[in-house]
Each structure stands twice: as structure tokens, then as C-alpha cells.
Ligand binder design. Structure first.
Ligand SMILES: [Zn+2]
Length: 301
């Protein structure tokens, strides 16, 4: 038997040992056509995919399991309703591995939760939802009964009288809206034609401008914004550029242009230090301010 799950699932792989006289592939390999799903068949359990028919609360961790979530469930017959089998589905919730048991209820055409979960209550009041309750089949049958009719006729008539003015008004509104369907249709078509024409015009304009997109119609607001924009003149630009160049350059005169950047800055800091000491010394009157004089050029004593 091939160990490749996909090959087993397809059931198309015929091993070399197989011969037609050995029967079907399943028989040859001694397996059930449903494979793993039939592994508990001797206990009357078939493993199927079960889809949750309504929203439920998990009994283990109280989280919600939504309608439509699927489970691998063990399906087995637990009884009969007349000749209809009652099936039970046992599954483990994905959230906390809690066991949930759900059964079919053929009498009410429903699923009922037996254990492990709680159905989320989503029933609502008819009045809250502002709808009408349609008469159930039983009640509809009863209407053929003259006594039932007699008992309920009074109330039905009263209800009719109550809602009649409203119904008449709604009918009138609806009639007035749809009375002249020719002109309604005409107006609608005219609007669509106008729209089409406008789109064509706009496309033509954008084509002439060499644009690949359709421009929106010009608006006053846009015009005001564009008028407020001022582009810089050549003079402004030059002034700005010059100022930027000045701001970026060193404030010290560039005497040793040949020296490398780091060496130059080192020299400059040294020179600054010497100037500072010389200045303070000359102020104290201790040393002849040779350096100071030299650098300043025209200081006289
Ligand atoms: Zn859970």
C-alpha cells in the first residue's frame, strides 16, 4: 500500500502486485472506501464533517462558535422518530477541546444541543422588529372553521379599520410617484445622456492637453488657491542661494587652502588659543603682544 496520503485518497494508484482477479483496489488493500473516516464503523460511528447550524456558546470556555464553523464529528444513530433516524454528532471544540454533542430533532426539523454548549439566543420580539407575524400553518387551517372565524372576525375588522387610512395614503403616494412613467423615464435618460456628453468633452480636453487622465471641472476654490501661489523670481532665488552659501561657509578666513580639512581646523583652533592667551597677556601688560600685533596688523603702542 502506498504511504502517500494523496495517492491513497485518489485511489488511482495500482501497485505492481495488483491483478484484476484480486478485485477492487480497496478489497486488495483491505480498506474501507471511506478510509480513516470509517475507523470506528464497528461501533456504528462514521466520522463526518459537521457544520454548526447556529451560533453557540462553548460550554468549556464560554467563547462563541459561529454558525457555519466545521468540525470532524462522530455521527451515530441514537434513535428513531417514526421511521426517521435520529442522528447524534459528537465533536470537540477547537477553542478548548470541550466535547459537544448535538442531535437532530426530526419532529421540529431542528438540531438540539445535548451537552457541552449552549445555543445563543437570537429570537426577537415581533413588535421590536416592527414586522408582522405571518399566520402559522395551523392557524391558516383554522380559518376554514366557521366558529374560529366568528370568534376572530370582530378583531380583524377592527384592525382593518385602524390601518386602512394609512394603507390608502401609502397607495396614493406610490401611485403619484409612478403615474407618469413616460416622463420619469425621459428625465432619467436625458440625465444619463448629459452625463455621457460631459465625460466625452472632458476626455477630449485632457487628450488635447496630452494627459492620460480626465480632469475634474474647474472650481472657484481651485482658482483662488492657484491665484494665491507666488513663484520666486530670479532675483529672489539668487539672493537665497548666496545667503545659503554664506551660512554654510566658515566664519574664519581660509588662509591654508592646501591643507586638508581636519589639519586646517586643528591649526585654526591652535591659532585661536594663541590669540586668546596673547590678548589676555597684553591686557595684563606682561608680554610684548607680538602675536596679537602681527595678526591684527595695525595695532599701535
Ligand atoms: Zn471552548
Amino acid at each position: 500500500m502506498s504511504s502517500l496520503a494523496a495517492a491513497r485518497a485518489d485511489n488511482f494508484y495500482y501497485p505492481p502486485e495488483w491483478e484484476p482477479k484480486k478485485g477492487s483496489l480497496n478489497k486488495f488493500q483491505g480498506q474501507h472506501p471511506l478510509r480513516e473516516r470509517a475507523r470506528k464503523l464497528d461501533q456504528g460511528i462514521l466520522i463526518i464533517r459537521f457544520e454548526m447550524p447556529f451560533n453557540i456558546w462553548c460550554g468549556g470556555c464560554n467563547s462563541m462558535i459561529a454558525k457555519g464553523v466545521r468540525f470532524n464529528a462522530e455521527k451515530k444513530q441514537v434513535g428513531n422518530y417514526y421511521s426517521t433516524k435520529i442522528w447524534s454528532f459528537t465533536m470537540k471544540s477547537a477553542c478548548c477541546k470541550h466535547e459537544i454533542v448535538i442531535q437532530t430533532d426530526p419532529k421540529n426539523c431542528e438540531y438540539v444541543i445535548i451537552s457541552g454548549a449552549q445555543r445563543k439566543t437570537e429570537d426577537y420580539d415581533i413588535e421590536d422588529a416592527e414586522t408582522f407575524a405571518l399566520p402559522a400553518d395551523e392557524e391558516r387551517g383554522k380559518l376554514a372553521d366557521p366558529f374560529y372565524r366568528l370568534e376572530h372576525q370582530e378583531e380583524d375588522l377592527r384592525k382593518k379599520k385602524e390601518v386602512e387610512p394609512l394603507l390608502v395614503r401609502l397607495q396614493r403616494v406610490s401611485d403619484s410617484r409612478h403615474a407618469d412613467d413616460y416622463s420619469l423615464n425621459r428625465a432619467l435618460r436625458a440625465r444619463l445622456r448629459n452625463q455621457k456628453r460631459r465625460v466625452e468633452e472632458e476626455e477630449g480636453v485632457s487628450r488635447r492637453m496630452g494627459l492620460g487622465i480626465r480632469l475634474l471641472p474647474p472650481s472657484e476654490e481651485d482658482a483662488a488657491v492657484t491665484a494665491a501661489v507666488r513663484f520666486a523670481s530670479k532675483f529672489d532665488r539668487n539672493r537665497k542661494n548666496k545667503r545659503a552659501a554664506i551660512m554654510a561657509s566658515s566664519i574664519f578666513p581660509d588662509s591654508s587652502a592646501s591643507a586638508s580639512g581636519s589639519k586646517r581646523s586643528e591649526l585654526e583652533s591652535k591659532r585661536r588659543k594663541i590669540k586668546a592667551t596673547a590678548a589676555s597677556a597684553s591686557l595684563a601688560g606682561r608680554v610684548k603682544p607680538l602675536l596679537w600685533q602681527h595678526s591684527a596688523g595695525f595695532v599701535k603702542h
